[in-house]
Design a protein around this ligand. Structure first.
Ligand SMILES: Nc1ncnc2c1ncn2[C@@H]1O[C@H](COP(=O)(O)OP(=O)(O)OP(=O)(O)O)[C@@H](O)[C@H]1O
Ligand SMILES: [Mg+2]
Length: 316
């Protein structure tokens, strides 16, 4: 059975370029220069990577965002359009630069430096009513980075609910590490909440992941945690269910969580069970780590099916 759903996903989100500097002997410190083996300018940003990941899996995606009228913006939009993401509602702004993240990465981990540029400029006003037409699901990533959009998230979610849509939220990191800003209110309005381990602990306020899942699910939302190489953890009928990540030759983990979101949501919109959705999430997350950048090795339906069969056997 195909894992994907024909339902249209609307993503109001940030679009920025990643400049990935990969393969260092020593991590740079102030006053020192280090050389890296590889350099790749490529589409970054959690929202855009999730959108391209969904489109790769055959889920129609409409994106609402802002980029600068510059070469970085051109490159980001080209990648999104090549994946058949609908970018009709992406505005080119002459007043700002497209944001950029410099990622100093190795297979083990990475350090990120972000110039937000147009990222913080998107507001609810930029989501016109025509953008909602035909959409069945609203996905939001980078809650903390999207400062212009954040105050309107409850309103956007209520609008989606009134239109009979479902909603998912990936908080992304909070650069202030305060984990406030009304995120609990947003979780309470969403159907699925998709934090990574750091975000789960920060927002759940407890080092124990199961206690965090329990506390956050009290908001009335399904919480699914991404735990890097350890896979995914969620409560299924009140009991912790862990889904291991497939072992792959990891090159770069940029966008692994966003690719997990894509695999998870494609299955979730296709009304698969929670464990099946988590399995597709971990497979898509793992496949995305095979190459540099967030979208370069994202799974299509066939690659997902192949890894799912190898890792989880014939059962879905
Ligand atoms: N080293 C790894 N080996 C195998 N799979 C991995 C590895 N790292 C990540 N993944 C897969 O990707 C998923 C998401 O990864 P992670 O928990 O790092 O998300 P994240 O921190 O939100 O990532 P992002 O950088 O995209 O925000 C994991 O659940 C796992 O399935
Ligand atoms: Mg993430």
């Amino acid at each position: 059975m195909p894992p994907t759903s024909p339902l249209l996903v609307l993503i109001p989100g940030e679009i920025n370029l990643d400049l990935i500097l990969h393969g260092f002997d020593a991590f740079p410190t102030l006053g020192r220069e280090v050389l890296v083996d590889e350099c790749l300018p490529t589409l970054g940003s959690a929202s855009a990577i999730t959108g391209v990941g969904l489109a790769r899996l055959g889920v129609p995606v409409r994106f609402v965002g802002k980029v600068g009228a510059d070469a970085w913006g051109d490159q980001c939009l080209e990648t999104m359009r090549a994946a058949e993401v609908d970018t009709t509602f992406v505005e080119r702004s002459a007043d700002t630069r497209t944001g950029v993240t410099v990622a100093i990465s190795s297979a083990a981990d990475r350090a990120l430096v972000t110039y937000p540029g147009a990222i913080a400029e998107l507001t609810a006003v930029d989501v016109p009513s025509a953008a909602w037409d035909g959409a069945a699901h609203l996905h939001l990533s980078s809650y903390y980075l999207q400062e212009g959009l954040r105050p309107s998230v409850p309103e956007l979610f209520r609008q989606a609910r009134d239109r009979g849509m479902t909603m998912s939220l990936d908080p992304g990191g909070d650069p202030t590490a305060q984990w406030q800003g009304g995120v609990r209110d947003a979780i309470a309005l969403a159907d699925v909440f998709l934090p990574n381990a750091v975000e789960l602990e920060g927002i759940g306020g407890d080092p124990d992941p199961v206690r965090c899942l329990t506390a956050l699910e009290a908001e009335g939302c399904q919480v699914v945690a991404k735990l890097g190489a350890r896979g995914s953890l969620a409560l299924v009928d009140g009991r912790p269910e862990s889904v291991p990540a497939p072992g792959v030759d990891v090159v770069d983990t940029t966008g692994a969580g966003d690719s997990f979101n894509a695999g998870f949501l494609a299955a979730w919109l296709g009304r698969r069970t929670l464990v099946e959705c988590m399995r597709d999430g971990v497979c898509c997350g793992a496949l995305a780590t095979r190459g540099l950048g967030g979208t370069t090795t994202q799974a299509d339906v066939n690659e997902l099916a192949e890894l799912r069969a190898v890792h989880f056997g014939g059962e879905r």
